[in-house]
Every structure is written in C-alpha cells, then in structure tokens.
Design a protein around this ligand. Structure first.
Ligand code: HPA
Length: 250
C-alpha cells in the first residue's frame, strides 16, 4: 500500500474518499499514531500528516520513528513524502518543485534510527541513494502529465540535493551560502531522519518538494510567513493532482 506523508499545508486529503483510520501502537511513543485511510479509484492509500492535525508539531519534535513504524504496521510498502522547502537552485523559486535524489543532513538531536537497542549485531544501511529511483521516476511522470494539462507553468528540478536543517527557525544568509557551497538545491527541516528510517525498514521512499520561498538571502526581501502560506496554499492543489495522477498510473 502507498502512504502519503503530508508536510506543511497538507494535513488533510481532499478529493479522496475517507475510509477510516487506524490507531497504531509503536515501541517509540505512549501515544498511538493515527494513520488515516482513503480510497481513491480501486486503491486504499494511507495518509499521515507529519506535523499532526492542524500543524502543531514542529520539525524537531516530530516522532519520525513512531510515524514510519506505524506506516509499516498498517501494510505500507512505499511512501511519497510531500515537503515544503526553501529554494536555493535558480529553478526552485516559490511555486516550483523538486524531486531530490540526494540528501545532506544538518539536523541533530533527533531519534534517527531503529537500530539502537536489543541489537543482535550493529546494522548499517546503505544510503548511497537515499530515495527510490523507481518512485522518483513515476512521480516525475505524474508531475509532467499534470503540468502539461495545466499549461506547463511549473518548473521541476528532476534531481537535486535536499539539505535538512534543524529548524524550527529559518536559516541565516550565511547558512544558506554554506548549503549552496555544499551543493544543496533545496532546504527543508523534515526530510531526515524520515528518509533514513524508511530505508532501515525497507520501505521505498521518494519526496515531492514544493518551494514556498527563496531560501534566506536569495530573495529580494526578508522571508514573510504570509508569502510562504500563500505559496503553500497555491501549491498543494497541484500536489494533490500529481498524487492522484500517480495513484491512477500505478
Ligand atoms: N528553510 C528551511 N525549511 C523550509 C524553508 C526554508 O527556507 N521553507 C520551507 N521550509
């Protein structure tokens, strides 16, 4: 089963038929994780808003382990993560998209592995390619099909490096210059450890990143929350169309 992990601006799924939810107990929290289920066409899709309903959990407080574990418990084998990001690459201005193929993790102090306790042996996953190639290419096809139908106004960076910062504050201009020197194309706060946890338990994972602002120091003015919100609102309708197209085709 496919799961969609919704980021900022995607805390509910519109246009899919609600099909209940599962409250999943995990070893990583006293609270159960609520995984919503939806019907689209003949498929059941799981949905998990990573910031909680109503966007209340900041990036560094998300229980990534409980979330990813819960998805596997309900039978998920592939995940599309939707992430709002700041644009660094010239083609990733607000309203444009990226399907990254690499990650640099600058986050810290997050519970970032399932392989911590009660180990029979120390486990290192191969993370050379952090995202699923197949899912990325299917996502790209879905994106291009929707974009063409809608007039082709969105740019898509088909590869790119996602820099994961700790947040919740946005970056300084110098931090973004450093990310630029490191080769980052977009910057966000929630791609890690989510992607690595998915790999640890062998779930396919790809990210659809929506740029909602120029990263710090790259725009003409300071970053306004009102502009971010407007781009989130505008972009998520497009994201839903891409997800529908993806599900129809797969
Ligand atoms: N930086 C980090 N995370 C983000 C940004 C940003 O500029 N915009 C949206 N998420």
């Amino acid at each position: 089963m496919l799961a969609i992990i919704g980021g900022t601006g995607l805390s509910q799924i519109e246009g899919f038929k609600a099909a209940g939810f599962k409250r999943v107990a995990t070893p990583f929290s006293d609270k159960r994780v609520v995984v919503e289920l939806y019907q689209y066409g003949d498929q059941t899709v799981a949905f998990l808003p990573r910031h909680g309903k109503g966007h209340v959990i900041p990036p560094h407080k998300i229980n990534y382990r409980a979330n990813v574990w819960a998805l596997q418990m309900v039978g998920v084998d592939k995940i599309i993560a939707v992430n709002a990001v700041g644009g660094i690459h010239p083609d990733t201005g607000p309203g444009n998209f990226a399907i990254p193929d690499q990650i640099i993790d600058y986050s810290h102090s997050r519970a970032a592995t399932f392989f911590e306790e009660d180990l029979e042996f120390v486990t290192h996953i191969d993370f050379t390619e952090p995202f699923s190639k197949e899912l990325r290419s299917e996502l790209q096809i879905a994106f291009e099909s929707v974009n063409t139908t809608q007039g082709g106004s969105k740019l898509l960076l088909k590869h790119g490096v996602y820099g994961c910062m700790q947040g919740p504050r946005l970056e300084t201009a110098a931090e973004i210059k450093r990310l630029q020197r490191d080769g980052c194309d977009v910057v966000g706060m929630t791609g890690m450890p989510e992607a690595a946890l998915a790999r640890e338990i062998k779930l396919d994972y790809a990210m659809l990143a929506l740029s909602v602002n120029w990263a710090a120091g790259l725009g003409e003015k300071e970053i306004l929350m009102s502009e971010i919100e407007a781009h989130v609102k505008e972009g998520m309708g497009f994201v839903m169309e891409v997800l529908k197209n993806f599900i129809d085709a797969n």
